[in-house]
Design a binder for this molecule. Structure first.
Ligand code: EPU
Length: 444
């Protein structure tokens, strides 16, 4: 959109828009804080022990505020102490007998609420959690969560939109997952730690966030072997104790800025992240022509020339993360040549492609494949974010476009990126925002 024709951002107040002026280059240093997808699960795992759990380096994002509300409604006292602009400490005082119902009102806002299923079933012997349904990135089944818990002796029914599980005491079991599901691995792990006997989860997810959860559970007194491998062996214990834990850095936020650097031919250093979490994603940037320099805890990405097209396929960790797919697509959209981008995790992940096409990206999809023919330059336009990652990807694409891009639905970005606009400004980019956090109840 030509800046002259864009309505004043003030007229968009309440419409929830981030306005980006294009043809800029990201340059500077940005620090990432704890990972959303670790912190939410660590908060749920706090339910496994009565008393005070303290979680540090938790991102100040809407999803954390919603998880705090989920825990409050389960009878926990939750205090959130801001540590700095982007992170906070969550103090969870968990009662001896937490309540056992997570209602639809919160579960529909935060799918990760389903992570209370394992801990509550293990601790209380029964639980009712609203079925989250599908969402903007796909159908998102629960069959593996349910089948695994059933193997451990739970009786599970589905009534009036709730998943209801009962088991006087879960017992250890041999569980093979059809697919290394992150959520199923977490629910089964957090149930197994208090089950009677040994559980083996095969084809388990290996994401760094699972390893972080295993670390916290082990600190709590759980007996787990194989964290970070496809086979998790858990010897159940009778009781766990509350602990203090520091959340690992967010590899997806770090990856977002790394891809932003490559797309805008910039020079960005990201701190607060273990580079090994992004090995494959960074290797793709090297193939695209970027110079990558890493230290323990930081990544620098410098891109001098137009990126070269690379093929990318998402897979469970250590494969290419599906949460960086919109950034991969944005990179492909401005690269020299054609890229084949394949999504193997979520059936709705390409939902945002039509929005990126509005920016002039040449993308054709067929099932879970997309062919992206790179263009020298995109063209600013009003677009709509359909989920957290698509929102960030569209903003980055807007930075590569002529003129102005208005990204509506920017509250999605607040769900996963603490201080998104502050980070952009650390990288030399000022964007406008028409005020909006729609869900003011759930801000930190
Ligand atoms: N699946 C089933 N049945 C199951 C479980 C999963 O069919 O019982 C399917 C899902 O429908 C999906 C695929 O398996 O197609 C992968 O699902 P998985 O369980 O691995 O993902 P998740 O736990 O629902 C987490 C992250 C996602 C991230 C994925 C994959 C959280 C809160 N969410 O979701 O993060 O994309 O793992 O890495 O940890 C995000 O942060 O924006 C986000 C969507």
């Amino acid at each position: 959109m030509d800046a002259r024709h864009a309505p004043s951002i003030r007229n968009l107040a309440g419409v929830d828009v981030i306005r980006v002026n294009g043809r800029v280059r990201l340059e500077g240093t940005v620090g990432v804080v704890g990972a959303k997808n670790s912190a939410l699960k660590l908060m749920a795992a706090a339910l496994l022990a009565g008393g005070r759990t303290v979680l540090r380096n938790v991102p100040r994002i809407t999803d954390v505020a919603i998880m705090a509300e989920v825990l409050r409604r389960l009878g926990c006292e939750i205090t959130i102490q801001p540590a700095d602009a982007k992170s906070c400490t969550v103090i969870a005082d968990v009662p001896a007998e937490p309540l056992v119902e997570a209602d639809y009102d919160l579960v529909r806002r935060l799918r990760a609420s389903i992570c209370v299923l394992g801990p509550l079933l293990a601790r209380r012997g029964h639980v009712r959690v609203a079925h989250p349904g599908g969402d903007e990135i796909g159908s998102r089944g629960l069959d593996m969560h349910i089948a695994g818990l059933a193997r451990m002796g739970a009786e599970i029914t589905s009534e009036h939109g709730f998943v209801i599980a009962r088991a006087a005491r879960l017992h250890g079991a041999q569980i093979w997952l059809d697919f290394p599901s992150v959520g199923a691995t977490e629910n089964l792990l957090t149930a197994a730690v208090l089950a009677k006997g040994e559980t083996e989860i095969d084809n388990a997810a290996r994401e760094p966030e699972i390893v972080d959860l295993c670390r916290m559970l082990t600190e709590m007194g759980a007996r787990i072997e194989g964290a970070g491998t496809a086979t998790l062996r858990v010897e159940g214990v009778d009781e766990l104790k509350p602990v203090e834990h520091h959340t690992i850095g967010d590899r997806i936020v770090a990856g977002t800025w790394a891809y932003g650097a490559a797309m805008t031919r910039g020079d960005v250093t990201v701190t607060g992240i273990e580079p090994a979490f992004l090995d494959l994603a960074l290797d793709k940037l090297t193939s695209a022509g970027a110079t990558i320099t890493t230290t323990a805890g930081s990544i620098r990405v410098q891109q001098a020339d137009r990126p070269r097209a690379v093929d990318i396929r998402t897979l469970p960790y250590p494969g290419y993360p599906t949460d960086l797919l919109p950034m991969a697509m944005g990179l492909a959209a401005v690269s020299d040549g054609a890229s084949l981008v394949t999504e193997n995790i979520f059936d709705g992940r390409f939902m945002f492609v039509n929005e990126m096409s509005r920016l002039g990206a040449d993308i054709r999809t067929d099932g879970h494949h997309a062919v992206v023919r790179g263009r020298e330059r995109l063209s600013g336009a009003p677009v709509r974010a359909t989920d957290i990652r698509a929102g960030a990807g569209l903003v980055l694409a807007g930075l590569c476009a002529d003129g102005t891009t208005d990204v509506a639905g920017s509250h999605h970005i607040d769900r996963g990126y603490p201080g998104f606009l502050t980070d952009l400004s650390s990288l030399g980019v000022t964007v406008d925002r028409a005020e909006a956090p729609l869900d003011e109840t759930y801000t930190i």
